[in-house]
Design a protein around this ligand. Structure first.
Ligand code: RBF
Length: 342
């Protein structure tokens, strides 16, 4: 009898603790974060910065633990994997970075309604457990496109007579086709309205050989300046421009040293800084769930990396000068542009 009562009490205690509402800082002021990588960390700067930011924050705060989980390239499995990761209720926060993640989180949220999600590189409004941060990638595409336009119409050694620039994408998705590609072409055409964009799609985020083949075909068609949104597959583009001689500009991170003299422009995205700020805000209970924030050049989350020999030593002086004026104007809001609705 006594044993039964003890067992019953134990069950009640366990049930009560499982049902206890959690505030954003967890139950004992500790926070357990799952960094859910929709792909593979290595070779994708946006994921590398997300994981590094979370791990660095955990190293600086003893009350924060971080687990980085790589879900791999099979997008059909992401929802089921995330569902099983959060099923145990051990994570106070799921952090991710991918435009397609909020929908998946919303679906998981229906089964686990108390789970909190914060997703960067995405826009989603209206779910009380999901908060998103969107980089203004139209803006980054605009200034990288402007530089590509100056180079393809200019007289640097590898620039040819055709006004043709290239874009290699891993796959098509709304943020890419709605903001990044149009922004890149808009920027380029501000230097010369006759510029054409050769846009080609790899089909996945890892096939560097296919990216190399596409790049080679595009060089044959007259492309002399490339960009890409292709994760680790972009290595194939780097290989081809080194073999054949062409330029490239890169989004989000410092890639100059991968092909000095050929990678002549790199944007930067402050994803690591943002990740650390997000976890700090979550700890402090300062995240506005249900809402989305857009951040760009004027907020200091997107920029161009001027201070690198890859730009300083290889881009002609007149192009550096014209591009610097454009970036200065962008910083002070003197460049007008319209971001299309997604
Ligand atoms: N970007 C990467 O760098 N590596 C990836 O593996 C990757 N996978 C993606 C998968 C999907 C379904 C989508 C929609 C985007 C992916 N991105 C990836 C793009 C990334 O989220 C971001 O939009 C670009 O890196 C531009 O900042």
């Amino acid at each position: 009898m006594k044993k039964n009562i003890v067992t019953l009490l134990l069950i009640i205690i366990i049930l009560l603790s499982a049902c206890r509402p959690r505030d954003s800082a967890g139950t004992e002021g500790t926070v357990s974060v799952l960094v859910y990588i929709t792909g593979v960390v290595a070779g994708s700067p946006s994921y590398e910065m997300l994981a590094a930011g979370a791990e660095e924050f955990a190293a600086e705060h003893s009350n924060v633990t971080v687990k980085v989980y790589e879900a791999g390239y099979n997008q059909a499995e992401w929802e089921e994997q995330l569902m099983s990761m959060v099923a145990g209720g051990e994570y106070d926060l799921v952090l991710g970075s991918n435009p397609s993640l909020p929908e998946i989180c919303a679906s998981v949220s229906r089964s686990f309604p108390s789970q909190h999600f914060i997703i960067t590189d995405a826009q989603y409004i209206g779910n009380p457990r999901i908060s998103t941060y969107m980089f203004n990638q139209y803006e980054q595409a605009l200034f990288l496109g402007y530089l590509a336009g100056l180079v393809t119409t200019g007289d640097m050694p590898l620039a040819n007579a055709s006004k043709r620039i290239g874009f290699i994408a891993a796959q098509e998705y709304p943020l890419l086709t709605g903001h990044i590609v149009p922004g890149f072409l808009d920027g380029a055409r501000r230097t010369d309205p006759d510029i054409e964009l050769d846009f080609r799609v790899i089909g996945n985020w890892s096939d560097a050989s296919r990216a190399a083949d596409l790049a080679s075909g595009m060089i044959n068609a007259g492309v002399d300046v490339f960009t890409s949104i292709a994760g680790s597959a972009a290595q194939g583009l780097v290989r081809t421009i080194a073999q054949r001689g062409a330029y490239a500009v890169f989004f989000n991170s410092n890639e100059y040293s991968r092909a000095p003299g050929l990678i002549i422009g790199c944007g930067s995205m402050e994803q690591k800084k943002l990740t650390k700020e997000i976890i700090a805000d979550f700890l402090a209970g300062n995240i506005q769930f249900g809402s989305s924030r857009t951040i760009g050049v004027q907020d200091g989350y997107l920029n161009f990396i001027f201070n690198d020999p890859g730009f300083r030593d290889y881009v002609s002086a007149d192009i550096q000068e014209r591009f610097t004026v454009f970036m200065d104007d962008l910083h002070v809001g003197r460049i007008e542009y319209t971001v299309p609705p997604l």
